[in-house]
Design a binder for this molecule. Structure first.
Ligand code: ZN
Length: 94
């Protein structure tokens, strides 16, 4: 079913876990607590099974937490953030 466009797939299975593209779209709003309950559940379900998106979410979460404390983000989180940015430049958005 992954070959179908996301909008059609979502209409057919409204509660299905998010895919990588949807997780990327909703990630910042997810971390900021700005999503409705159903979308939160779908994104969370994806982050549990997708290592890459889960790692990306953990990275942003660590950086946001550090910035909220006005302290320096953990070096490993910054390294991963650089890695994600480099992937975005070389591979394009997912
Ligand atoms: Zn993913």
């Amino acid at each position: 079913m992954d070959a179908l466009p996301t909008t059609i797939r979502r209409r057919l299975r409204p509660n299905a876990p998010a895919n990588c593209r949807e997780a990327a779209t909703y990630l910042q709003a997810y971390l900021d607590g700005e999503l409705d309950d159903r979308t939160v559940e779908r994104v969370a379900a994806h982050l549990e099974v997708c290592r890459r998106c889960g790692l990306e979410a953990a990275t942003y979460h660590a950086i946001k937490r550090a910035l909220a404390r006005r302290s320096a983000p953990p070096p490993d989180a910054l390294t991963r953030l650089h890695h994600f940015a480099e992937q975005l430049v070389t591979e394009g958005p997912r």
